[in-house]
Design a protein around this ligand. Structure first.
Ligand SMILES: C[S@@+](CC[C@H](N)C(=O)[O-])C[C@H]1O[C@@H](n2cnc3c(N)ncnc32)[C@H](O)[C@@H]1O
Length: 223
């Protein structure tokens, strides 16, 4: 199970910016891309919303859009709900404790999955995740993914970047151990294949940073 623990939720917001290069930029670009492609009265599915950091960027960029935000982790979701109340956007978001495959069966105008897919094995789980999202999108709907892809050439640089962000050497090494042991990073080519096989046009890359990749792909008409 790839749902985050309650413990992981506690200091996620402080930790993530020093562990994901371009974390804020990726969220802002994703929000701008969706804002540029969506009209008023639209409904966006946010898959694996975590503590709601991606929602904060989205609600700012899309002021008249509604959202359904799902995450299997109760701890992460609770933080997202609290944040939505604090920032005054709770009335625009329906929160559900769910994975992608059991997301509410509605038709959405777009979807975002930021930093989720790499937790799933490429044994059918990644494909099922993407297919579940595709099944819930209308024709032409954009899917934005932010995902760490396989970047073995940059691994030492990634470790060095985290140390530069203030992580102790031991903490950076622990991250690298988890990256190698617990993450299932697809190559950029495999990620593109998975997206197209799930029913999307070839994904366009809008962001890369030490292997982290932002892509956007349009849902092809379901046959
Ligand atoms: C690294 S966090 C990303 C949170 C947020 N999207 C962000 O960019 O900060 C990954 C989140 O994905 C959730 N998750 C794991 N497996 C999932 C699945 N199959 N479907 C939806 N969410 C999942 C975890 O519980 C966790 O909250």
């Amino acid at each position: 199970m790839s749902a985050f623990s309650d413990l992981a939720a506690v200091d996620y917001d402080e930790r993530i910016v020093a562990r994901v290069p371009g974390y804020r930029l990726g969220q802002q670009l994703a929000a701008a891309i969706l804002a540029n492609r969506l009209g008023d009265g639209t409904h966006v599915l946010v898959v694996g919303c975590g503590t709601g950091e991606d929602l904060v960027a989205l609600v700012r960029a899309l002021p008249v859009t509604d959202f359904t935000a799902i995450d299997p982790s109760a701890g992460m979701l609770a933080r997202a709900v609290t944040k939505a109340r604090q920032y005054g956007f709770a009335n625009r978001v329906r929160f559900e404790q769910a994975t992608a495959v059991d997301a509410p069966r509605e038709t959405y105008h777009a979807a975002l999955a930021s930093l989720v897919l790499h937790f799933l094995r490429d044994d059918g789980a990644k494909a099922a995740f993407l297919k579940a999202v595709a099944d819930r999108l209308c024709d032409g709907a954009p899917l934005v993914l932010i995902d760490p892809t396989d970047a073995s050439l940059f691994e030492d640089d990634y470790r060095q970047w985290m140390i530069g962000q203030g992580l102790e050497v031991e903490a950076a090494d622990n991250v690298m151990t988890r990256v190698r042991k617990d993450w299932f990073r697809a190559t950029p080519e495999r990620l593109a294949d998975l997206v197209t096989e799930a029913g999307f046009e070839a994904p366009q890359v809008f962001f890369t940073a030490l292997g982290y990749r932002g892509v956007v792909a349009r849902r092809i008409r379901a046959s």
